[in-house]
Design a protein around this ligand. Structure first.
Ligand code: BG6
Length: 280
């Protein structure tokens, strides 16, 4: 069955030699396998009982990335902490299988909803095709006033060993460094990870290539997501996270496409859509 809803917590899609699992909580993609190999990282300590955002896979960040002065919402907003409505399969063909999820204000937990009172509708589309996973987030403003937002797909990629990973596509791009605060220009053609990394690369216009020895490379294409966050918590931050194993920083890197440097103004009646395509 290409779309399996047997488990009340998630939907599973299968297509050719690939499969994907999407929890209704956060509309979080938690698994993407190709030829039997898992390509996303999900922490062994991730909580999957809707009590906390899922640590791994592709959590959705909306209506803002990080913590911002103009909102009292917790870091990364409420989309990853809300149970989305499954809209069902919109396509099941010989090329791909496509499902959609929706988030509206009434689905957001009340204590979070109280902190961001704009009217909105989000539609998340997940398309599984041959060796390709496409995820698109559309934000609509059905209200009568504009609102500001930032958004991001917080993708955790599974890697065999952090020492072997290299991320290409950032050369000459400006980045905001959250570890050594400041704005810098990337001089390297390949970013390696040998310490805590938490950077927002700006105006990344081409492909981002994650060279992933032993597991296989991942190519990332994107539309309407000008920024890319590169994050690895390294040793101390890994130890400080209750839902992350102490050694797991060796097996993941987050490469997160987003529109976060400059908030988007969504006028009444308008919509916006951002898309990521992962290819292996
Ligand atoms: C990244 C941020 O996107 O998410 C980091 O750049 C942050 O600063 C990380 O630590 C994880 O955030 P959280 O809220 O899931 O622990």
């Amino acid at each position: 069955m290409p779309v399996n809803t047997a488990d009340p917590r998630f939907v599973q899609l299968s297509f050719a030699n690939s499969s994907v699992t999407i929890f209704y909580f956060g509309a979080t993609v938690t698994s993407w396998t190709v030829d039997g190999h898992e390509r996303l990282f999900l922490s062994s300590k991730a909580l999957l009982d809707s009590s906390k955002a899922i640590r791994g896979g592709i959590p959705l960040v909306f209506p803002h990335f990080g913590s911002v002065s103009y909102s009292k919402l917790p870091q990364h907003g409420f989309a990853r902490n809300s149970t989305w409505k499954f809209l069902g399969a919109v396509k099941d063909s010989s090329d791909e299988v496509v499902v959609q999820f929706e988030l509206r204000p009434e689905l957001v937990p009340e204590h979070l909803r109280a902190l961001w009172q704009h009217d909105f509708r989000l539609v998340y589309t997940v398309r599984l095709a041959d060796r390709t996973l496409t995820t698109s987030l559309r934000a609509e403003n059905p209200g009568s006033e504009s609102f500001l937002f930032t958004s991001l797909l917080h993708t955790y990629l599974r890697i065999a060993n952090v020492d072997d990973v290299a991320v290409r596509g950032f050369e000459n791009r400006q980045y905001l460094d959250k570890v050594t605060p400041g704005t810098f220009t990337e001089t390297r053609s390949e970013a390696k990870i040998a310490m805590e990394v938490d950077r927002v690369y700006q105006q990344v216009d081409g492909e981002v290539l994650v060279e992933n020895t032993h597991i296989g490379d991942v190519r990332i294409h994107k539309t309407n997501f000008p920024d890319v966050v590169l994050w690895n918590p390294w040793i101390e931050k890994a130890q400080a996270m209750a839902d992350f194993g102490d050694e797991e920083y060796k097996n993941m890197v987050c490469v997160e496409v987003g529109s976060v440097s400059t908030p988007i103004v969504l006028e009444a009646g308008q919509s916006w859509e951002g898309q990521q395509i992962l290819v292996v």
